[in-house]
Write a new protein. Structure first.
Length: 125
């Protein structure tokens, strides 16, 4: 029996500015290796982003396998290349969270997340 907590499944949405669809898709076809490495270092696995062209909504889903999500997200924010990536991709997006500023500022001093978390209502493993 393991003392590891079960992975937490997280789902999020954000609006993609339609004029940036091609650029967004292109950059995600070649995510910078340093960003991938940092995502994994921060205990994020099984990560995917899907797109609905009729609403311009991006839907992200991933598993968090670490012990302290807030600490790992702080570690993510400290990573220069990830902040550079966010500065680029945030420009393609429009947050659905009132008061959200950027991916980098998400969760700092009560600032809402850039991506809006959505509730999982069904899961079949």
């Amino acid at each position: 029996m393991s003392n590891q907590p079960a992975p937490k499944r997280i789902h999020q949405i954000i609006k993609l500015r339609p004029e940036h669809y091609e650029a967004y898709k292109k950059c995600h076809a070649a995510v910078w290796p340093e960003v991938i490495e940092q995502i994994k270092k921060c205990h994020i696995e099984d990560y995917s982003i899907s797109y609905d062209p009729s609403t311009s909504i991006l839907f992200a889903s991933f598993k968090y396998t670490g012990q302290d999500f807030d600490a790992d997200m702080a570690l993510m924010r400290e990573h220069d290349k990830t902040r550079e990536w966010w500065a680029m991709t945030d420009g393609y997006q429009e947050s659905l969270n009132p008061g959200a500023v950027s991916s980098e500022r998400a969760g700092i001093d009560g600032t809402p997340g850039w991506w809006k978390e959505v509730e999982e209502v069904f899961y079949l493993a």
